[in-house]
Design a protein around this ligand. Sequence first.
Ligand code: NAP
Length: 256
Amino acid sequence: MRILILGGTGEARALAERLAADPRHAVMLSLAGRTRDPAPQPVPVRVGGFGGVDGLAAHLVASGTDRLIDATHPFAEQISRHAAEAARRAGVPLAVLSRPPWTAVPGDRWIEVPDLSAAAAALGPDPCRVLVTVGRLGLAAFAVAPQHHYVVRSIDDPGDLAALGLPDGRLILHRPPFDVDAEAALMASAHIDVLVTKNSGGPSTYGKIAAARRLGLPVVMVRPPQRPAVPTFHAIDALIAWLEDGHVASAAERGV
Ligand code: NAP
């Protein structure tokens, strides 16, 4: 079976690794090309956009793709929309592999917001010290609130923070996983008042959430966007069962 995985996540990589071990499949992983130094991948990789829905639909047909897996990040809204429409047009079955979002537990002080603009507004007018972990492309949303001190942690270098509208910023370049003790130590040493994060789910970046809880800090939590209604799996085994037997009920179909 020819399988195209839309990636850019640890889940996509883990799925590719599992499928690469099965000689019945020819797997291609697609990356947007945003990460400057991407981790090595276990299957052939193509890099760059397809050129919208038309381009992706044409690619699915030309490459003879049998199954499309959207294993992109929960906040990669556009590519997921494009995948649903292109798969429909090309007649290629599509499933989503995604991590479930985190849920608040006792002790968490979450302020849930719909997007990054609302996250910037939620910080309030008085200057405070903010740990921001929303990805380099999301930083511009905080230019409306330049009064705060921002400790920006990012995988890729966003460039000059002042040029992005954050005159009082400090940059930490680091790649997950992040452990709770290290996160708590960072928040304490930087005298952080509040954490801003997307609700991306998954264990590798959960340390900051547990650390904020431990320190009693509020978390401005950006809710994930709504994804198209397609079969959705949180576990690789369930997704592989779907690949092998297209009518296995997905988590979404079962209302999970
Ligand atoms: P996006 O806004 O949903 O997509 C923008 C455009 O980038 C898409 O229309 C598509 O271009 C191209 N694209 C996105 N993912 C692609 C893929 N896997 N393969 C080929 N082209 C892709 O996406 P984004 O939020 O910028 O994220 C880009 C990538 O980074 C995604 O693959 C995602 O998994 C990963 N990522 C995103 C976040 C996040 O917070 N958004 C965090 C970690 C990783 P065309 O229209 O030209 O096809």
